[in-house]
Design a protein around this ligand. Sequence first.
Ligand SMILES: CC(C)(COP(=O)(O)OP(=O)(O)OC[C@H]1O[C@@H](n2cnc3c(N)ncnc32)[C@H](O)[C@@H]1OP(=O)(O)O)[C@@H](O)C(=O)NCCC(=O)NCCS
Length: 144
Amino acid sequence: MSITISSMRAEDCSAVSEIEKECFSQPWSPEDIERQLTLSMARTFVAKDGEKTVGFINVWVVADEINLNNIAVTSAYRGKGIGRTLLEHMEKNITAERCNLEVRVSNEAAIGLYRSMGFEEVGLRRAFYKEPTEDALLMTKHYR
Ligand SMILES: CC(C)(COP(=O)(O)OP(=O)(O)OC[C@H]1O[C@@H](n2cnc3c(N)ncnc32)[C@H](O)[C@@H]1OP(=O)(O)O)[C@@H](O)C(=O)NCCC(=O)NCCS
C-alpha cells in the first residue's frame, strides 16, 4: 500500500461519488461532488493507493472557519491511518482559526478520529440526520 494525498480533480469525481454512495445513507450526488471543483470556498483532497481512489475529505472555508462536510475511506482501507492522514493534510494546507463539524452520535470511528485529532464536543443538534433519524454531535478544534 502506498498512499498519496492530492487535491481532487475532475477525473477523480466518479470514484469519490462511489465512496460517498458506499459510506452515507444520504450521499451527495455526482453533481454535488463535481460542483465542489467550482466553489471557491470548497477544498477536496483525495487519498489514492497507486491509481485507486480510496478516500476523500471535503471542507468549506468561510472567513477564518473550516466546516468539515465529509470525510470517508472505502471500507477495505479503514483502520490503516488514511482518515487521519487526510485530516492532517487538510489542516496542513488550510489556515484557519477553527474547524467545525457534525457527526452522528453513533459514529464511534469518526468520533474516535476527531477526538484523537484534538476536536472537542461543543453541542448536540437534535434529529439533525435522516435515514435513520439521529442527533448530531457538534465538534470544534481551535487552531489559534
Ligand atoms: C471515519 C473514517 C473516515 C475513519 O477513517 P480510517 O482511515 O478508518 O481512520 P484511521 O485508520 O485514520 O484512524 C484514526 C483514528 O480514528 C479512530 N478510529 C478509527 N476507526 C475507529 C473505530 N472503528 N472505532 C473507534 N475509533 C476509531 C482511532 O482513534 C484511530 O486512531 P488509532 O488507529 O491510533 O487508534 C472511516 O471510518 C469512514 O470512512 N467511515 C464512514 C464514513 C463516515 O462515517 N465519515 C464520517 C462522517 S462525519
